[in-house]
Design a protein around this ligand. Sequence first.
Ligand SMILES: Cc1cc2nc3c(=O)[nH]c(=O)nc-3n(C[C@H](O)[C@H](O)[C@H](O)COP(=O)(O)O)c2cc1C
Length: 204
Amino acid sequence: MAGPHDHDNANHEVQPTEAPTAKIGLYFGTQTGKTEQVCGIIKQEFGDLVSDPIDVSEGDLEHFPNLEGLICGIPTWNTGAEELRSGTTWDDLLEKIGELDLKGKPVAIFGLGDSVGYGEDFVDAMEELHRFFEKAGAKMVGYVPLDGYTFVSSRCLIPHLNEITKPEDGEKFCGLAVDEDSQNELTDERVKNWCTQLKSEMGL
Ligand SMILES: Cc1cc2nc3c(=O)[nH]c(=O)nc-3n(C[C@H](O)[C@H](O)[C@H](O)COP(=O)(O)O)c2cc1C
């Protein structure tokens, strides 16, 4: 029998998430919350220009083309893997990101890792996300020099992306590397400096 609330309940499909109203979308994947914490610093620095941090397992890729830019955080958990290195929801989304049309849109990536405990594969998942956004036509910004980092090798070093490369053979990370495990005293300054760089590179 039809009741007064039937109309509200008519559609039990998963509803699309609301589009962020800010210019820049701030998205993260995480296993233990450190990448989300770093988003908190970024949100503080940008204020209303960026969305509240959105867990990418709850966000909607369809909103990406409508944003003016994106800042995305990704940790590395699948040590030494050829692909799907993050171990978070980002791994399930890479192919779909590559199929989006993000032509010319500024996108910046930051990667969480451990330069001591996992120094041979430091922040490797950052390169994968970078690669698929680039495939979508995004204008990648936020590259960072290697000064102040000590690690054995990484796949995230320009100009040798997706190759296991020693720091002496690389010029920059393809995003911001953040090490909350072994260099957490540097996180605040690194992230704040990066935000200043992004404001300039994204024209904000
Ligand atoms: C089992 C395991 C594997 C990890 N593998 C890597 C790795 O290959 N490269 C790296 O830089 N960090 C690695 N890490 C460090 C994590 O990326 C780091 O702790 C990160 O801050 C976690 O972020 P989250 O809390 O947002 O998940 C690993 C940590 C664990 C416990």
